[in-house]
Ligand binder design. Structure first.
Ligand code: C2E
Ligand code: MG
Ligand code: MG
Ligand code: MG
Length: 276
């Protein structure tokens, strides 16, 4: 009985692994192809000010244009890109594309771009950002760079220098997925970020789980007292929106306001929806 179950599990596991391996191979060869820019596009998710209902920024999120792409999450593409080191090229492409498109948006709207920790270790991110801003003509103050706690955890002087240099260019820094890593208040003083994005996993549970609610309140209070703006990620219900608003959160991002949109859809969204 146990043996049969074990074998069944084993069979399932290997075929699942095979599918994954094949899929990863396909992602990898897409990333390696010379025209890889044609195989990806960006989707843009609006981030809204809770006080005014106006869009403050949009987050550019990578999407893979492949027949099977609907079954492959962006997270998986990013993971393969990180494991192969191809994230350096993909990340630079995303940055350029996002900045170029940002120049076609209303001036008061910023563009948020995710940076992988590996883009710091394996490339000169300061040069890449500064060159991209020059090439596209996007003013640095309109670029929000999203970094994760994992990056800060490395606690390396080179990363501290890079982050300072990026801010010195005029770009803004957001701490993404806050609360999921080894969040430390120490980072917030040391690295001077402009925004904290509270991870979706806390927002999801906010009306139901008292610990999560307390954590969200604590993050918002702490950020407010340090003069750092907060974004609640993954707001899906009106109830969640009201809770984070009452808690003093600055901005929201989530399906309740909008899913990530293609550029043409974003343009329509921005004209149709000037504020609350
Ligand atoms: P993230 O940076 O935290 O981006 C937010 C993710 O949450 C997006 O997933 C977005 O579609 C999703 N989301 C937003 N609102 C809601 C909601 O109300 N409900 C639910 N269920 N989900 C919501 P996406 O586009 O699948 O991206 C996943 C992650 O992949 C991103 O998380 C980011 O870490 C990574 N990623 C995406 N594009 C890039 C990129 O260009 N570079 C890097 N380094 N990472 C990227
Ligand atoms: Mg992000
Ligand atoms: Mg996020
Ligand atoms: Mg997240």
């Amino acid at each position: 009985q146990a043996k049969a179950a074990g074998r069944a599990t084993y069979t399932f596991y290997t075929s699942d692994m095979l599918v994954r391996t094949k899929r990863r191979g396909r992602i990898e060869s897409t990333l390696l192809s010379e025209s890889f820019g044609e195989q990806f596009h960006l989707a843009f998710q609006p981030i809204t000010d809770l006080a005014t209902g106006r869009v403050t920024s949009v987050e550019g999120l990578v999407r893979w244009r492949h027949a099977a792409a609907d079954r492959v999450s962006p997270q998986e593409v990013i993971t393969v890109a990180e494991e192969t080191g191809l994230i350096v090229d993909l990340g630079a492409w995303v940055l350029h594309e996002a900045c170029e498109i940002a120049t076609t948006l209303p001036e008061e709207i910023n563009m948020a771009v995710n940076l992988s920790p590996l883009q710091f270790g394996r490339s000169n991110i300061v040069d890449i950002v500064s060159r991209t801003l020059k090439d596209t003509g996007l003013p640095a103050r309109r670029l929000d760079l999203e970094i994760t706690e994992t990056l800060l955890l490395e606690d390396s002087p080179r990363i501290v220098d890079d982050l300072r240099a990026l801010r010195a260019l005029g770009a803004r820094l957001s701490l993404d997925d806050f609360g999921t890593g080894y969040s430390s208040l120490r980072y917030l003083r040391r690295f001077a970020v402009d925004k904290i994005k509270i991870d979706r996993s806390f927002i999801e549970e906010i009306g139901r789980n008292r610990d999560h609610s307390s954590i969200v309140h604590a993050i918002i209070n702490m950020a407010n007292s340090l003069g750092i703006r907060t974004v609640a990620e993954g707001v899906e219900t009106a109830e969640q929106l009201e809770i984070v608003r009452a808690a003093g959160c600055s901005e929201v991002q989530g399906y309740l306001i909008s899913r990530p949109l293609r550029k043409a859809e974003l343009d329509r969204f921005l004209t149709d929806r000037p504020g609350w």
